[in-house]
Design a protein around this ligand. Structure first.
Ligand SMILES: Nc1ncnc2c1ncn2[C@@H]1O[C@H](COP(=O)(O)OP(=O)(O)O)[C@@H](O)[C@H]1O
Ligand SMILES: [Mg+2]
Length: 309
């Protein structure tokens, strides 16, 4: 087996323990259709998507800008705003505690109870949406207090541990967002997203707008989330390089449809759909396909970058 490198698809995780609840998928999207009403008529941004998220996996959602990735994400979190509307389908969510629900039908109260506790979401550009006048630790505490009946002392113990798990100094807690780099903010949000031990974290373009070195740190931290906390991750990115480095399986979206889904190594080795092939070929790099150059990465890319900010 060739040595793993920066761009080679990640090694699949150890299989989760085989008890019944563990074997059930976390999420099952069936026939999802999401449209936007426009003056020129309806746009089918998500056009009949079937997709299963297995417990414990990192599922990547690929596809160029405009292919419907974010629309699908906001729909499953029920955060879709007009002129968008769900035109059909179901989204079965199977939390490890409590009954399964159809996220498209469940009432607001139950949905609020699920957010953060069972289902966390890091929206595209979320690191720019932190409250600028509140210290990181206070924002953290608010999220936990609002969504879980934890005692203050308990929360104050959790925060440094969570920050550390994302490679951040607990002192970050006393800082304001503007004092943090983009990569640090992203890691703070990731630490928040797992604070209440959700079954599923959905991260939309978590590395976009970060420079390459910081991207690698974030990808490493996302991998750590799964390894340390056993959380299931859906990582949305237009960048096939991200999927190559991080995910177990990848679903490729094109014009609102999933045109291909499979084990990431398999998809990279033998893409079935011409669109997937063109996405892989468009990964920006010197030379050809990443796996043909895996032993020729510049040394700097291999470093463990948890210290890099
Ligand atoms: N508010 C909106 N009104 C009309 N069309 C929209 C709106 N938001 C997104 N779209 C359209 O939906 C499609 C999918 O967009 P999006 O889900 O943001 O894709 P991605 O996240 O893959 O870049 C695009 O064609 C986009 O133009
Ligand atoms: Mg998007």
């Amino acid at each position: 087996m060739p040595r793993a490198s920066a761009t080679e698809p990640a090694t699949p995780p150890n299989p989760p323990p085989p008890d019944a609840a563990q074997q059930r998928p976390v999420l099952e999207i069936k026939g999802l259709k999401v449209h936007y009403r426009t003056t020129g008529g309806d746009v089918a941004a998500v056009d009949g998507v079937d997709l299963t998220v297995r417990r414990g996996e990192i599922l990547g959602i690929a596809g160029e800008s405009g292919s419907g990735k974010s629309t699908m994400a906001v729909s499953l979190l029920r955060l879709l705003r007009p002129p968008g509307y769900v035109a059909g389908g179901e989204i079965a969510f199977h939390p490890s505690e409590g009954p399964s629900v159809d996220l498209l039908k469940v009432d607001e109260r139950r949905l609020r109870a699920l957010r953060w506790r069972a289902l966390s979401y890091l929206p595209q550009g979320s690191m720019n949406s932190m409250n600028p006048v509140m210290r990181v630790g206070d924002q953290f505490r608010d999220v936990i207090l609002e969504h879980a009946g934890r005692r203050r002392g308990e929360i104050d113990e959790m925060i440094p541990r969570l920050l550390r798990s994302m490679g951040l100094d607990p002192g970050v807690s006393r800082m304001y967002p503007h004092e943090l780099s983009g990569g640090m903010k992203q890691r703070v949000l990731m630490a928040m997203s797992i604070a209440l031990e959700p079954d599923l974290v959905v991260a939309d373009e978590p590395t976009t707008a970060l420079d390459v070195t910081i991207q690698r740190v974030i990808l490493q931290s996302l991998g750590d989330l799964r390894d340390q906390f056993g959380v299931t991750l859906v990582v949305i990115s237009h960048d096939m390089g991200v999927h190559a480095q991080l995910v177990d399986r990848v679903a490729v979206m094109y014009e609102g449809r999933v045109v291909e889904v499979g084990d990431v190594r398999q998809v990279f080795k033998q893409p079935q759909h011409p669109y997937t092939r063109s996405l892989i070929e468009s990964i920006p790099r010197i030379g050809d396909a990443p796996w043909q150059h895996r032993n020729q990465q510049p040394g700097g890319r291999q470093q463990r970058e948890s210290e890099v900010r």
